[in-house]
Write a protein that binds this ligand. Structure first.
Ligand code: NAI
Length: 419
């Protein structure tokens, strides 16, 4: 059997797993070819030929549309369902009403509820921060709920009129300022949706021996949705992980009942015992704090919209918006798609200058998810070495001290040489 499968809490990976991949549009082709070449070499080197990935191309985006007349063939979804994990290059978002974003469609079909974004700095990469080495954050962004659920009605339509009438007449909502010209969006946030996301973040922190999980929210304003996220997140930590976590909630309770000294003592004891500290922060303060004291944050659990903003800010802080990796995961079923976080870059497509690192680091996340950490480590070591020497594709090299710009294929060869 060459199929990865889910066995109770873990995934089982054969030595020669079939992994479906979507090449992607625009620069997708160039970066996918480069990444597969590097990953194959790293796996060969790490396991001396005992392990090997069998890549299986599946179609989506322009390539699928040109060949089959459909943007997202059912065979592609079936392959991701069957083989559990896969890789995706960037896809053009088809223009026109009624056509869903392919990325959103894939996430929804497989219920990939965690958008996972690790953020770290590579020595040599130019960034806007004085101390980018202090940034070591992993973001767990909820992927299926919130104002991003796509439940909205356009101003002036009979549908929005119906919703406004309901709100006004049945719910007593009188504070919509301009009802005649208002569009309405709905923000669903559930206990289940919150719990599965926060659970994944806490389990990740425990497994990787990380110091804290921060719940980032705007619960001060949106009390039942974002406030619910905070409340349910704390409750989950205290109920399901009492041995492995210590919450800010608990700290405050001890402080109220026994004074600050007792609370600090309890906190210090928890830190000594290696417990994960669960805390929370309001989203706007968090964005400021990440610039002023990034070392205070480790794992972040947040809602969909906050997570979107946070991911890009943190990636930019390490100079890596073009090299930021990402994955969309369902930890219950084991399904996961590892993807480039940038788009198809039509302005540079076909020029062999695209940076393959976003997809490459996403595939390193995949190797770690598979338990093939040794191969992932070889790639990271190679990148660290190259970046510290100023060797990179032009998008990074032009800002580096002694930067030497390489083409996509030259850079891939350099990574392989330094594995
Ligand atoms: P983009 O990310 O494709 O490009 C933005 C800028 O970054 C461009 O100047 C581009 O040259 C540069 N860039 C992006 N990736 C790069 C790389 N690997 N190496 C060097 N430079 C890179 O965003 P844009 O232009 O807004 O979107 C183009 C298309 O991509 C649209 O159809 C959009 O819907 C789609 N898109 C797809 C995504 C996905 O599949 N996950 C994500 C974002 C956009």
């Amino acid at each position: 059997m060459n199929q990865i499968s889910k066995k109770s809490d873990n995934i089982e990976v054969p030595t020669n797993p079939i992994i479906p991949f979507i090449e992607g549009d625009g620069i997708g082709k160039e970066v996918t070819v480069a990444v597969q070449k590097i990953v194959d070499k790293a796996v060969e080197k790490a396991y001396r030929g005992d392990k090997k990935i069998s890549w299986k191309e599946v179609l989506a985006g322009e390539k699928a549309y040109n060949k089959l007349g459909t943007w997202l063939p059912t065979e592609t979804l079936d392959a991701f369902r069957k083989y559990l994990i896969g890789v995706k290059g960037p896809l053009t978002t088809p223009v026109g009403e009624g056509i869903r974003s392919l990325n959103v469609a894939l996430r929804q079909e497989l219920d990939l509820y965690v958008c996972l974004r690790p953020v770290r700095w590579f020595k040599g990469v130019t960034t806007p921060l004085l101390h980018p080495e202090k940034v070591h954050v992993t973001i767990f962004r909820e992927n299926t709920e919130d104002i991003y659920a796509g439940i909205e009605w356009n101003a002036g339509t009979p549908e929005v009129e119906k919703v406004l009438k309901f709100l006004n007449e049945e719910m007593g909502v009188a504070k919509i300022r301009f009802p005649e010209t208002t569009s309405i969006g709905v923000k669903p946030v559930s206990v289940e949706g919150t719990e599965r996301l926060v659970r994944a973040a806490i389990e990740y922190a425990i497994a990787n021996k990380l110091p804290s999980v921060t719940l980032v929210h705007k619960g001060n304003i949106m009390k039942f949705t974002e406030g619910g996220f905070k409340k349910w997140g704390y409750a989950l930590a205290e109920r399901e992980f009492p041995e492995d976590t210590f919450t800010e909630n608990k700290f405050n309770k001890i402080k109220t009942e026994h004074g600050l000294d007792a609370a600090v003592k309890a906190y210090n004891k928890a830190v000594e015992e290696g417990k994960v500290f669960i805390k929370d922060v309001i989203a706007d303060a968090f964005l400021q704090n990440t610039l002023l004291k990034p070392e205070e944050y480790s794992v972040i659990a947040t809602l969909n919209l906050n997570g979107d903003y946070i991911s890009d800010q943190l990636a930019a802080m390490v100079g890596g918006i073009g090299i930021a990796p990402g994955a969309n995961i369902n930890y219950k079923t084991g399904h996961a798609i590892f993807e480039a976080t940038h788009g198809t870059a039509p302005d540079i497509a076909g020029k062999n200058i695209a940076n393959p690192c976003s997809l490459l680091l996403s595939v390193v996340m995949m190797l770690e998810y598979m338990g093939w950490n040794e191969a992932g480590r070889l790639i990271i070591n190679s990148l660290e070495k190259l970046f510290s020497q100023g060797i990179a594709t032009n998008d990074l090299a032009r800002f580096m001290k002694n930067g030497q710009a390489k083409s996509t294929s030259e850079f891939a060869n350099e990574v392989i040489l330094n594995l």
